[in-house]
Design a binder for this molecule. Structure first.
Ligand SMILES: N[C@@H](CCC(=O)N[C@@H](CS)C(=O)NCC(=O)O)C(=O)O
Length: 258
């Protein structure tokens, strides 16, 4: 996977993926993982609120965004996954059996969509940074993310955190019940849910600091910081942790790429 500057990306063909600069955001990391999984050639362009030139190109003020040839930019995780499916039809990004497939899309939605697991985790980090601890994100960054992604204060956080716990329990129980006979969630091999799940868990139980050599220590610490009881429970969820390690061994690779 190559990182290119914006003028190079604009004149290239194929998939250009605008990704978040400096932060291993689960949306951007998963989009790269899906394209790698399908052996789809692509280049990445870094972007952020401090480097918004690529956002002006895509017309979307966040990342990832996938631009394929002259087609309209794809700005949502589900659209990006559908593009990967189209460009690598021989790879099974979603189970072949319809009930499993519907279930997989549902699990992905519970992680990636608005108020999905990683959205809730972002609000959790914002709340921790603004109200509960001085070791998370700098105040200005937390205020920016909070205003942009629907932070509504302490009362709402009770619901957000309950939902986050419920979503983690759902994913853990899905792994317990899996029938694949292998480490993947479904019997069809590595599907999109495996990639999303590993990148989501990384925001709660990140790999060691050495594996985050490209990442600002503040971001790693924000991922490490969390509710003590939830983190204790998560560390006991061996199938979740082992699943994440398999995905990194087979697809995503360490150190974290940015
Ligand atoms: N619509 C996107 C949402 C992605 C998203 O929430 N991106 C955030 C990740 S933290 C982002 O780019 N944040 C940086 C910013 O808003 O400045 C998707 O579904 O892929």
């Amino acid at each position: 996977m190559d990182y290119v500057d914006l003028p190079t990306a604009k004149t290239a063909r194929g998939v250009r993926l605008v990704v978040l600069d400096g932060v291993p955001s689960p949306w951007s990391q998963a989009a790269k993982g899906l394209l790698q999984l399908g052996d789809i050639p692509f280049v990445c362009v870094r972007s952020s609120a401090r480097r918004p030139e690529a956002w002006r190109w895509t017309g979307c003020d966040n990342a990832p965004v996938a631009v394929y040839d002259d087609e309209p930019p794809r700005t949502g995780w589900a659209e990006i996954l559908a593009l990967a499916q189209r460009l690598a039809p021989s790879h099974t990004f979603a189970p072949r059996e319809a009930t499993d497939r519907a279930w997989m899309w549902g699990l992905c939605h519970e992680m990636m969509s608005e108020r999905g697991l990683v959205w809730c985790r972002r609000l959790d980090i914002v709340h921790r940074s603004l109200v509960e601890t001085d070791t998370a994100l700098p105040r200005a960054a937390a205020q920016y993310l909070g205003a942009k992604y629907g932070y509504r204060g302490a009362d709402d956080m009770v619901h957000v955190r309950a939902r986050m716990r419920e979503q983690l329990e759902l994913l853990a129980s899905q792994l317990e019940r899996r029938r694949s006979g292998d480490w993947t969630v479904f019997a069809d091999g590595v599907t999109a849910v495996d990639i999303y799940l590993a990148t989501a868990l990384e925001t709660f139980l990140p790999h060691a600091r050495e594996d985050y050599s490209n990442v600002h220590p503040v971001v790693h610490r924000a991922y490490v910081d969390g509710d003590a009881a939830l983190n204790r429970w998560l560390r006991e969820q061996t199938p979740l942790v082992e699943h994440r390690d398999h995905v990194f061994a087979h697809v995503l690779k360490l150190p974290i790429s940015l």
